[in-house]
Design a protein around this ligand. Structure first.
Ligand SMILES: Nc1ncnc2c1ncn2[C@@H]1O[C@H](COP(=O)(O)OP(=O)(O)OP(=O)(O)O)[C@@H](O)[C@H]1O
Length: 258
């Protein structure tokens, strides 16, 4: 994070470069900055107030291509979640351009952004966010209601996905009847239900023991043919399994990507 007391700062405009150039880009950030502007106290006595700008991500460029597994690493507060939200089209940049499947996210209305997420992106949050009253299968099928699939199609796709993540025999279990690793698998199956081109996961192994975490990472490897994957993590075991790692510090990209 960088804090500035005016809203004029942006980093130098550099171009993106040598990330894997073999396959088509799924999501691309070009010189992206995300700042938050709020009120800060301006004097020691706090009598004056002035505008304070926190730059969470500064002039970052990243391209994620089909079949890639990309990690995002950095200390707490370095901008990982902010970058993940930009890549997931949950947020738009203050400056720079994020394109998902070739479309500039800043050019879309909220409604169009939601549709773009539904059509292109699966998101797995650290705390799963499964609906407790619903079975595993109903949780996985939920996004498909918005896609307009029939009940039969929804059930069938959800069952197939639960089978795929190794939970074919747990379909009717509620989240509270599943272990942490099983809940994470349900969350991954749900994120995959819309057949996304990009799967985004925030600390996907953060709440899991080493062995369960490793099985989730095996699953990500198996999904490579279906979608690109971006994972923000502090966990070295997770980062070691990625094709490459984007490293952030104070909102800036510090790995050698030129
Ligand atoms: N909505 C917001 N308003 C103001 N500042 C914010 C906002 N969101 C994030 N920040 C600031 O931006 C910086 C980067 O935050 P971010 O959550 O992206 O970091 P992180 O690397 O994901 O951290 P952690 O590993 O602790 O989750 C932090 O200093 C944070 O306080």
């Amino acid at each position: 994070m960088r804090i500035a007391n005016s809203t004029t700062s942006t980093g130098p405009q550099t171009s993106e470069n040598a990330d894997n150039q073999q396959t088509a880009p799924v999501v691309q950030c070009q010189n992206v900055t995300r700042s938050y502007t709020g009120r800060g106290s301006g004097s020691l006595l706090g009598r004056k107030e002035h505008t304070q700008t926190v730059t969470a991500v500064s002039d970052v460029s990243v391209t994620v291509r089909e079949r890639e597994l990309v990690g995002i690493a950095g200390p707490s507060g370095s901008g990982k979640s902010t970058l993940l939200h930009l890549l997931a089209a949950l947020d738009v940049p203050t400056s720079g351009v994020v394109t998902v499947n070739g479309t500039d996210t800043s050019s879309l209305s909220e409604r169009a952004l939601a549709r773009m997420r539904l059509n292109n992106i699966g998101i797995v949050f650290q705390h799963f966010y499964l609906l407790p009253a619903l079975s595993a299968r109903a949780n996985v099928a939920l996004p498909l209601v918005e896609l307009g699939l029939s009940r039969k199609e929804r059930r069938s796709r959800a069952s197939t996905l639960l089978e795929k993540v190794g939970l074919g025999d747990r379909e009717s279990h509620k989240p509270s009847e599943l272990s942490g690793g099983e809940q994470q698998r349900v969350a991954i199956a749900r994120a995959l239900s819309t057949k996304p081109k990009l799967l985004i996961a925030d600390e996907p192994t953060g709440e899991l023991d080493t062995e369960t975490g490793a099985s989730i990472l095996d699953l990500f490897d198996d999904l490579r043919d279906e979608c690109a994957l971006v994972v923000a993590s502090h966990d070295q075991q997770t980062l070691d399994r990625m094709d490459r790692v984007v490293r952030l510090q104070d909102g800036e990209r510090i790995d050698d990507h030129a």
